[in-house]
Write a protein of this length. Sequence first.
Length: 295
Amino acid sequence: MRTAAFGFFRASRDVGPIIQKKLLEFSAQPHPVDETRTVAVTDDTKILLRNINHETDGDFLLDFTRMKNVSGIDLSDFSGNEEKVSFPANKKPAEFTATIFDCKTNVLVIHEMVSGVSASMVAKYWQVIISDVGKFRFDPVFEQRAVDDVMKSGAFSKFSLSLAHMGNESRLQSLGLSHNDIADLITKYASPNISVTLSIDPKASIATLAIERVRELASALLGLGKKHVKRLSLVTEDEEGRDILVNLLKDRIMVREDLTADERTDLTHDARYRIARRVWGARKNDLRSRYKDIN
């Protein structure tokens, strides 16, 4: 890993105040030694909030742990001597994920890794921890140009996606997608790889109605991470009827930070926190200005 990638997401509802209240409550308590801050986000994945840092003015640096549900790992040396290391029943390999949540804008900045905690997992975490927070999702934050292109149109003529390494429909169902959605295709055809293109007349009334559903679907799929989502794009039309391609993978805000030689082999907690703060700091004023009047 030569770079650390951080994605920007925003809650679909104004959950900042209620999450801030819970974080301040957690911060005032001794760090627990039980599972009160641990949530099963899927049948075989648990995550916990391992560290809370209250930043300067309404944002929090939150460090999550994702436990891998494996009983052991195989080891080998270069001569082919092999052995298996087994883990105790109550301890599993862990992946740490640094995030920053800004309660003023509902923006989540998250270190994106294949085996780390995802934005959709963070949303599920708070829905379990805070019983009255209600359902919400973290939608990707797009560059302003892409936002303008989609919002000016309000309709789409084509929506394309390509998914890989899905295994079964459970991953999509965990995002809230029912058998009436793409999950049904995986179930019927037992295919781990799926490519779909939806085309529609952008002048038809259904196109305007469908744009919000497409946004929801795109946000849910982006929550799966780069291992599974290979293509995700939307075609809209400008005022003169010309096609505008919005690449939902490339046009979302993603910042890549180069790692030092030492960080490539051992990315310490301090280094992860420092990079997360730097990434958020570079975009903080812009995003707070963008969302200052929007809940």
